[in-house]
Ligand binder design. Structure first.
Ligand code: DAH
Length: 357
């Protein structure tokens, strides 16, 4: 019995895996196992012999069974240890960093423009993108038959059949905010109005939705000279150059009298635009002295007040300043474009630290 005991305990101790253990269990204590067969022999023994051999065999069976269980648990622990070692993962490693988003050039330029005009005492005013045609046209001295209405390629909002109210339009410029600001705040007044505008047009420099910033200053002693200074100051700050030459070209807008378009001296040498040098001129905005009829439409007495106004294409000056050749790409939401032309989100433009660091 001692031999049997030693043989199985050794084999169990050396078993490499559970399959071997199971074989040993069958060989030792299975129905036809060696220990079981020995137990069957008990019947042939004398009672005295049986009294000694019976408990001894039972003890041996128990001992083998517990050795099997202990070894089985040991093997399972070892397997778990091995797995834990193989599948070890350092959860303290940083994850893949996400690319931070960028500020769209339009937002950046709008912030730059706002910072510059805020410094000159202009507040920001806003209007709706859907306007009725009185604000978008009539109040700005653009009557129904006026060619400017056709020129602007206006988007009209759908009207139910039989609805004879004046139509709503997607505003074709930010100028209607002039009227709304006059109505809301009266005179004196100094506001800029940045925002989206809409015209049915599409090519390299036109998109159906684009951005303008309107400017309006009204007081009792405002002249064209103030307009000129403000615009020069703006252009110098915006393009971040000390020497800028502006050309005021006589023009016509229904809502200003006199009217001027403003060109900026520049060069296109080597295909890149340089502001402030060269022999070319580039139109960047429309402006003028607010027409008395427009002041009247806004509820302001033109006998007491005058004002100047201007309208700048935000997309246009963004393209110029940052050398972006195609306007359409601004609104394609192409991540590669946004990463290339976008701005770091924490760099808020301000005049002290520099607009476009
Ligand atoms: N509203 C004009 C446009 O969209 C731009 C403009 C010209 C605005 C002259 C003005 C201005 O305020 O005085 O083309």
């Amino acid at each position: 019995m001692d031999d049997l005991r030693q043989k199985y305990l050794d084999a169990i101790a050396n078993a490499a895996d559970e399959a071997v253990l199971e074989d040993l269990r069958v060989q030792a204590v299975g129905k036809k196992g060696e220990v079981s067969l020995k137990m069957r022999e008990l019947g042939k023994m004398t009672p005295e012999e049986r009294q000694v051999a019976g408990p001894a065999l039972n003890a041996l069976k128990d001992e083998i069974n517990s050795a099997l269980a202990a070894k089985k648990a040991g093997l399972a622990d070892a397997a778990l240890d091995a797995r834990l070692r193989d599948e070890w993962l350092d959860v303290t490693l940083p994850g893949r960093t996400r690319r931070p988003g960028t500020i769209h050039p339009i937002s950046q330029v709008t912030d730059e423009v706002t910072a510059i005009f805020a410094d000159m005492g202009f507040a920001v005013a806003e209007g709706g993108q859907v306007e009725n045609d009185w604000y978008n046209f009539d109040a700005l001295n653009i009557p129904g038959h006026h060619p400017a209405r056709a020129e602007m390629d206006t988007f009209y909002m759908h009207r139910a059949e039989g609805d004879n109210r004046p139509p709503h339009v997607l505003r074709t410029h930010t100028s209607p905010v002039q009227i709304r600001s006059m109505e809301l705040q009266g005179a004196p007044l100094r506001v800029i109005c940045p925002g989206r505008v809409y015209r049915a047009d599409y090519d390299q420099t036109h998109t159906p939705m684009f951005h303008q910033v309107e400017g309006l200053a009204i007081d009792t002693d405002i002249s064209m000279a103030n307009l000129k200074w403000v615009l020069e100051e703006f252009v110098r700050s915006f393009f971040e150059v000390d020497d800028v030459e502006l050309r005021f070209r006589a023009s016509h807008f229904p809502f200003t009298e006199p009217s001027a378009e403003v060109d900026i001296r520049c060069s296109w040498e080597g295909g890149t635009l340089k502001v402030g040098e060269g022999d070319d001129w580039l139109e960047i905005l429309g402006s003028g002295m607010v027409h008395p009829k427009v002041l009247q439409a806004g509820g302001i007495d033109p006998e007491v007040y005058q004002g100047f106004a201007f309208g700048i294409g935000i997309d246009r000056i963004a393209m110029l300043k940052y050398g972006i050749p195609d306007l359409r790409a601004f609104f394609d939401s192409d991540l590669r474009w946004l990463r290339h032309y976008g701005f770091a989100s924490l760099d808020q433009p301000n005049l002290q630290a520099g607009l476009s660091r």
